[in-house]
Unconditional design. Structure first.
Ligand code: CA
Length: 369
């Protein structure tokens, strides 16, 4: 065996052994494309769904561009555009699919109009948390399903960060029974919003920039956003009475990078691996940054702003869970593909919950003894 082939087989063997091989963009090309022998420079555009300079989510995109430039020795540069700077935020998917930009950043549930199963690659109410989602995507078969779902759009997805468990939202009235949702005007997008409708609330669509005034003026009675760091920046603590937990509707939202497959395949192998590696690094950084910042801002909200933190009671959560199952089953009923992905997601969740229950839950319980 030549040294080059030996190194290649060691690398691929090592990746296969750790299970990472499943998320390589195109492992079968390994060794067939010249890597660092070329001086050719690549300049890519990344269109994102985040407002320009958006903390953590937008920052992650800038960091990816920086890391790709550094890892490639300057051969590859990616210019990052905030939502609306090059194309409107929610046109990022189509723009990259058509190849007008080479890559994008968003959240899979934005594309559920095109891919009914897309929310399973982001988050669903009472679904998996960040650790479980990463485990499913990287090592549990989730990535293969995700890749297949995006292949029809000539896109390759990569996990691109996770918010961790979000907060349940800001409310101006107490929620003591499921009846208290009746008639409530709440900003909660996506599947969570559908669950709210099911229990009698009105899910109202409000753009991020108008949320504060909508809540302040009573256009809405409640809103969810992300977690303490971003919620503090929005200033909701100044105008809402109660801050509820847990964020049952978004237990660990997985972000994404998506790359035009033709453009990705046309890169030398080392640059393909560099992009994948940078995405994975952002994926890790983002969750850790969310946790680090939420720790500080949760404390600030409670200690400096005396925010009234409430926990949804068991009866409310049990009823929301029943409504969620109805909504999810309805959502996948029209699409065999979505049904298949829902089944795979649920199977993995049920298996990993068996383990999380006797590991994480028992450990956290022991801390409170
Ligand atoms: Ca949210």
């Amino acid at each position: 065996m030549k040294r080059k082939d030996f190194v290649k087989s060691m690398v691929l063997g090592g990746l296969a052994a750790t299970g990472i091989v499943g998320c390589r963009p195109k492992p079968e090309t390994a060794g067939t494309t010249p890597s660092v022998q070329t001086k050719k420079k690549y300049r890519w555009k990344m269109v994102t769904t985040w407002p320009p300079g958006f903390p953590v989510l937008g920052e992650g995109c800038e960091m990816l561009a920086q890391w790709v430039k550094e890892m490639s020795g300057g051969r590859m540069e990616i210019k990052v555009y905030g939502g609306g700077e090059l194309v409107p935020a929610l046109e990022a998917f189509e723009t990259v699919s058509e190849g007008s930009a080479q890559m994008g950043s968003g959240c899979p549930y934005y594309w559920s109009g095109k891919i009914p199963a897309a929310p399973f690659f982001a988050t669903v109410p009472f679904g998996m948390n960040a650790q479980q989602m990463n485990s499913w995507i990287f090592c549990g078969g989730g990535y293969e399903l995700w890749k297949k779902a995006y292949a029809d759009f000539n896109l390759v997805p990569f996990a691109g960060g996770n918010t961790g468990v979000q907060m349940g939202g800001w409310y101006n009235k107490e929620i003591n029974t499921i009846e208290d949702f009746k008639g409530l005007k709440i900003r909660m997008p996506g599947i969570g919003g559908k669950v709210m409708e099911k229990v009698g609330a009105s899910a109202i669509l409000v753009a991020g920039g108008e949320l504060y005034t909508s809540l302040e003026r009573g256009v809405i009675d409640a809103t969810e956003w992300i977690g303490p760091y971003h919620d503090h920046r929005m200033g909701f603590h100044k105008i809402a009475k109660h801050y509820y937990t847990p964020g049952w509707h978004e237990p660990g939202t997985n972000m994404e990078f998506f790359v035009n497959k033709t453009k990705l395949d046309s890169l030398p192998l080392d640059l393909q691996v560099i992009i994948e590696t940078a995405c994975t690094r952002v994926n890790q950084w983002m969750l850790l940054e969310f946790e680090a910042k939420n720790r500080i801002y949760y404390k600030k909200l409670v200690e400096e702003h005396h925010v009234d933190v409430r926990v949804f009671n068991k009866d409310i959560l049990a009823k929301l869970k029943v409504a969620t199952t109805e909504v999810l089953e309805d959502m996948v009923s029209e699409s065999p593909e979505a049904k298949k992905i829902y089944a795979a997601y649920r199977k993995y969740q049920s298996e990993i919950n068996g383990w999380s229950d006797i590991s994480e839950r028992q450990y956290f319980t022991s801390l409170n003894i």
